[in-house]
Each structure stands twice: as C-alpha cells, then as structure tokens.
Design a protein around this ligand. Sequence first.
Ligand code: GH3
Ligand code: MG
Length: 550
Amino acid sequence: MPARDEIKNRIHVLRTRWESYVADGTFDQFIEFTVAINSLAEHFNRMRLPGLVRICEGLEKAALTYLGTPASHPLGQQVIAALQRQVDTLAGAIANSQPKLQKRRADDAPRETPDAEWVKPRSVWLIVAPEMQSMADALTRQMGFFGFKTLALPWGGAKPDDDMPLAVIFIPAPDTTSAAEHAYIAKVRTRCAASQLIYLGAPSDIEAIVELMRAGLDVTLPQEEGASTVLSCVLDLVQNHEPDKYRVLVVEDSRVAATLIQRTLAEHNLDSQVVLDPRKLLEEVESYRPDLILMDMHMPRFNGVEATRVLRQMAAYKSLPIVYLSGEADIGMQVEALRLGGDQFLSKPFNPVLLTAVVKTKIERFREMQRSTRVDGLTGLMNHTAAKSLLKSMMERCEPTDSLTVAMIDIDHFKSINDTYGHPVGDQVIRSLAWLLKGRLRSTDLIGRYGGEEFLIALPGIAPQQALQVIDRIRNDFSILPHAHPSGTLFASFSAGVAAWPNFDTAASLTEAADHALLQAKRYGRNRVESSENLFTMYREKEPEVQQHH
Ligand code: GH3
Ligand code: MG
C-alpha cells in the first residue's frame, strides 16, 4: 500500500476507534484507541517525521494517563473533550504536512517506492542571521553537491507555503537566544510538523538548550561543528533506518490465542509467524530468523521452558529474546522459567499495550546489539561482513530475468592523500564518499565499506547500463567535490569496476569480476568506471580526464 494511503488509513482507524469509544465508553475500546495512536507514532517514526511523532506521542501520553482500569471508564466529559482536541490537532498537522510529490531528477535511477517520495523531499530551508551569511553560503554549496536544494530565508521572515522541507536549519548570530527567537522557532515547528529542525549554534548551557528544544527543535549543534555535521544529519534523514520489519515467532498451540496475538502484533506493524506444532520449532526459527520468540508455557509433549533450554544451548540462539506468555500465576514457577533462559514473563490474557511495549523494546535492544557488529564506525555504512552477507541474500532472491549490478569502488592514490595531508583528512575524504553514495543511491541499494578506502555497492532492479550511468555520474561528481584540509581544499577521485547478474551468478564470482574490472580501471588511468564484460559498450561517456588530487 502506498505510504500516503497507509497514513490515511491509520488516521482513519484512529478516528473510528476514538468515535466508538466516545459512543460506548468501554475500557477495551480505549485500549484499541491507544494501540492505534501508538501504531501511527511508530509509522511516522519509521518515516522519520519527528514533528508528527511528537504530536502522536503527546496524545499517547495523555491516553495512557487516563487508561486506568475497566472501572475508570467511561471517562468524564471534560477529559473526552480534551482528548478530542488532541485528536483534531493531530489530524490537522498530518493534513498540513503532506508534501507535494517531488519531481525527481529525470536521469535518476527510478525510485519504486512511493514511501520514499513521501519522506524524501530534498529541499532544505536555511534560516540565517545576516552575520552568518558566509556559513550559509558554504553549506548551500555543499548541500548542492549531495543533491539537496536549499532555500535561504531571513531570520524571522515569512515562509513559502508551497514547500515542505526535509529539514530546516537555523543559523543564529552568536549568543542571541531570546524569547522572540523561541517564538519564531515554535512558529516554524507548527508550519513544518514533518520536518527535522536543526539549530546550528547550540549554547553550552543546558537550560538554554532545553528551552530551544521546548520551542520545537529536534537537534542542536554547536556552531563550531559546522557544515559537515549538519550534512551528516540531513543525509541520515534520507536513509531508511530499519527497512526490515521486526519479526516475532509465536509458539502457541492454541489457534485462537495465536490469532489474537498476531492481530495485536500486526496493528503495531510487527511481522509474525505462528508455530502451532512445537516439534517444528527448530526449522521455523532457522527459516524465519525471528528477532524475538513469544513462547507459550504449556504445550503438548514438552513445555516452553524445555524448548527454551534447547534453543539456549545452541550458539546461534544464545541471545535471541524469548518472552513467555502463560496463564500461570505461580510466582515460583515464573522465577524458575526465567532462570532457565527466558527474558520476561507475561501473563495471559495479555494486555496488548504491555505486550507490544515489551516486544518492541526487547527487539530494539537486540537489533542495536546486532547492529554494532554490522556497522562501520567511521562511515555508518555496513561493514565488510554485513555487506557480503546482504549481497548473498540479494542474489538468492534474484530471478533469471531480474537485474542486479555490483560495483567495487576504490579511491585513487589514497595513500598519497594520507601522506600529504594526514590521516584525519584521509578519513574525511572516505566519509564524504560514503555520504555521497548514501545521498545518491536508493534505500534499497546496498552500500558497504568493504575495506579501508574500498566500497561495495549493489543496485537491484535497474538495467546494468543505467546502473553504470548512475555510478559514472557519482564518479564525476566526486572528482569535483572539494575536501577541506587545514590550508585549503583538495580533490580526490575514485575508480570503479562493475559486473552484473546473470552473467555472474554467485556473490563471490560477481565481486571477483567487479574487482577485476576495477583493476582494469586503475590500469587505464584511474577516475573511471570499467565493466567486466562488453555489456556496457552501449554506454560510453567521453574519455574521462585523469585528475590528480593536488
Ligand atoms: P590506488 O589508486 O591504486 O588505489 O592507490 P592507493 O594509494 O589508493 O592504494 P593503496 O592500497 O596503496 O593505499 C590505500 C591506503 O589507504 C593505505 C592505508 O593506509 C589507507 N587507509 C586504509 N584505511 C584507512 C582509513 O580508515 N583512514 C585513512 N585515513 N586511511 C586508510
Ligand atoms: Mg586506492
């Protein structure tokens, strides 16, 4: 379902549930309403729309305050009227935040997900104090290199009504926080509910930062951190952070209970699969690769604790979160179950708000732990191992008629950049290339840091000729991107080798072929893209001139 419809759908569900609560006033209806708010907040969070998340969270907090017990319902008229206002504010903010469909650059690789279009307007507003104009100019130039369109607005000035920016960056004059400034930020916040608000000029005093955040900012950065940190913040926004849905394996022999659990999980956009016959558990865990298991306590043949013990003595599942769900009220039994390897105990009948909260926080922690072993610290890209394994699974999904193009990219004469300007400058060049790749490629593409100054990318679903063009354009743009060093700027370039499925049909042979092509590109003079076969003779740009970085 396109994202736009999905949002419409979710707000509709929320409204309907609210209306049925207002009509009948039961506890269960109120829970359903709370669940709907949470699910909307989650959706906005995934889409990285912080302003809307904030409004949802305000409503959710109010709802949870009044949740109480069945005896607290129906709520009084005043409370209902207050909640009604919050529901209306939320609906209004959503309606105002819908950006016009962005026209993508015609020569871009096609972006197939409308989700991406909703979240990826590439316009950025700069709201700048007059004395900070030169900083704004530098930022505008840099953003331009990464494909962002910036619009400079005077501090306190009017805002265009036909644009919904991805981010708004405030660059204040030094030491100027005032009530008027807060009021202005709050106004921008209301106008741009879905945008990330970044303040480049954070005071060192925590109370002043709290005030600014209360006014509606999302991020405050010290001015000396300058353009590169802002750029990295903005680039982060166009990345889909967790493209993968959370997966929950429900081990439950009662079909009715399983259906109920799945329904609750689905409302929170959690993917789930049921194992009705616990004898199939090991196969299911292996094929579904859950992030968490919801384990029934009492099952035929063996119980949940015994099943958990089996999993825990297998290396692959030592840290997989396992949550017991049981009608068992005996505390001694619960303690024993936890001692034998479970992470938490929830009792049946379950409270949906509590169930999803437990499931989500456990999965977040689990993913975070796994993430730290998969992400490269310097660039935030996938590391060697993670990139290799993702490529392998992308290839396993390839049908004979699909397209998948792989490129190996290596920065030219990098050793001499390090030798001439020092390691930190070298690091910044690596980071800039990582940002450029992130900014230019789609969220469905693989981008990994394969080695020191070597990157692996994979572009699924577009013809190899087109992929080659995309990579070659990035090559060209990287070669004219200035990198700052203590006494000026330097230029760098990269070479790339490209190979495509189905000419090569394993991850190993594809990367090897791309590597060969890369060597060829180096031999032919660097700052160029070569392909592993004649596949690409249809596309040849004018011979690129060999460029030295100094
Ligand atoms: P070529 O054009 O043939 O690729 O030459 P090159 O100098 O880029 O290649 P070479 O493999 O000789 O040198 C790569 C250098 O990259 C060597 C290594 O010290 C440096 N390097 C590797 N990882 C990092 C890193 O994380 N940061 C920095 N600053 N340098 C790194
Ligand atoms: Mg190199």
